[in-house]
Design a protein around this ligand. Structure first.
Ligand SMILES: [Zn+2]
Length: 84
């Protein structure tokens, strides 16, 4: 199993510093994904490599998240990661 690791701050799931953090894939929406990729300077990567990129919740603002009725946390559409 590939460990989840934040592309920006290199935090790894299950390691120190990852408590309370969740990892997010790049958006499924193509327009939105392109926005992330240019922001993260990923545009030169292999076409499939965006699928393994994860960004952790530390790279988003509190207001970028929304919680649904079952308590799951989602990124709002339009939210973009911020380098820290
Ligand atoms: Zn991160």
């Amino acid at each position: 199993m590939v460990r989840q690791k934040c592309f920006l701050c290199k935090v790894e799931a299950g390691k120190a510093g990852s408590e309370g953090i969740c990892f997010h894939r790049l958006p499924a929406n193509e327009k939105q994904r392109e926005k992330w990729m240019s922001l993260l300077e990923l545009t030169g990567l292999e076409p499939q490599s965006h699928k393994v990129v994860r960004i952790c919740s530390k790279n988003f603002l509190q207001q970028d998240f929304t919680t649904d009725s079952s308590g799951r946390t989602w990124l709002k559409s339009g939210a973009v990661p911020k380098p820290i």
